[in-house]
Write a protein that binds this ligand. Structure first.
Ligand code: DAK
Length: 259
């Protein structure tokens, strides 16, 4: 892969979008290699948490590749949008948690990529925005849907209609990101959180992710049914017996088996 770096340490994998000359813009090649990297991580069952970040100290992802997009026909744009959405849904429904470590510009498709992750940690120098209408298009990788769900329709409409970027402190204030750190601390903090997640029972974490994802799209009664199903499913796992036995026997250092 030319535009993606993949690194795995212990139970945590890190995917780095590595096209810094174009501020890590999402060309078809980047999207396609990101898709391949996700499949590789998915196949490695020892990975319990994934981090996605951008190469360099300036940009997470500065959006879809405008040069590549400019001359697309409506049909080609639909194809490109469908593929991007497929990759982003793969992230959103990934079998383990995905943390975005946002090291700079997260614009257009970059903001949308971050929003398809479960948790967003950002550098205090990061900049967010959906500038698409200023380019004559709408957000196309889920921005109109996920931004409104995350920050509410009013602020999503303000960001999308004005096409104005916002700084990290506002992104934090509106709930678009979970936490801010100085840039040189960001990756350590992301790894610390990822390793903390990876210490918990992977099946329980995955089931909780599914319950939250499905539950936020349906009415409360259907959501509770999903929660009960995911809760009961944990009792098919060895890790449920192990985790509870550890508590009762006052074992502090647990080592879940993902079974
Ligand atoms: N695409 C391609 N190249 C980009 C890029 C992008 N999004 N962003 C930056 N670059 C390139 C620049 O062209 C420049 O290349 P060279 O000129 O050096 O060859 C290099 O990266 C460095 O950028 P700058 O020289 O501009 O750097 P500055 O520090 O001055 O400015 C900036 C940084 C992030 C403020 C600026 O680069 C910028 O405004 N970039 C564009 C941000 C943007 O508008 N992003 C949104 C893209 S639109 C859809 C599917 C998807 C989408 C929509 C619809 N459907 C199928 C329906 C998604 C759309 C988008 O994401």
């Amino acid at each position: 892969m030319e535009t993606i770096l993949l690194n795995t340490e212990g139970h945590v994998a890190t995917i780095t979008i590595n096209r810094p000359k174009a501020l890590n813009a999402l060309s078809t090649q980047v999207l396609s290699e990101l898709n391949t990297a996700l499949d590789e991580v998915n196949a490695n069952k020892d990975v319990y948490c994934l981090i996605i970040t951008g190469a360099g100290d300036k940009s997470f992802v500065a959006g879809a590749d405008i040069a590549e997009m400019k001359d697309k026909s409506a049909e080609e744009a639909a194809e490109y949008g469908a593929f991007g959405n497929e990759v982003f849904r793969k992230i959103e429904t990934f079998r383990c948690p995905v943390i975005a470590a946002i090291n700079g510009f997260a614009l257009g498709g970059g903001c949308e990529l971050a929003m398809s992750c479960d948790i967003r940690l950002a550098a205090d120098s990061a900049v967010f925005g959906q500038p698409e209408v200023g380019l004559g298009i709408t957000p196309g990788f889920g921005g109109t849907q996920r931004l409104a769900r995350l920050v509410g329709a009013g602020i999503a409409k303000e960001m999308i209609f004005t096409a104005r970027n916002i700084k990290a402190d506002r992104a934090f204030a509106i709930g678009l990101v979970n936490a801010l750190y100085p840039l040189d601390e960001l990756m350590n903090q992301a790894l610390k959180m990822a390793n903390g997640i990876a210490k918990n029972a992977p099946i329980a974490v995955a089931n909780a992710k599914r319950a939250i994802n499905e539950g936020t799209q349906v009415d409360i009664d259907s959501g509770i049914k999903t929660e009960v199903k995911e809760f009961a499913d944990c009792f098919n796992s060895e890790d449920q017996t192990y985790g509870m036995t550890c508590f009762l026997e006052k074992v502090k250092e647990k080592n879940f088996s993902n079974k």
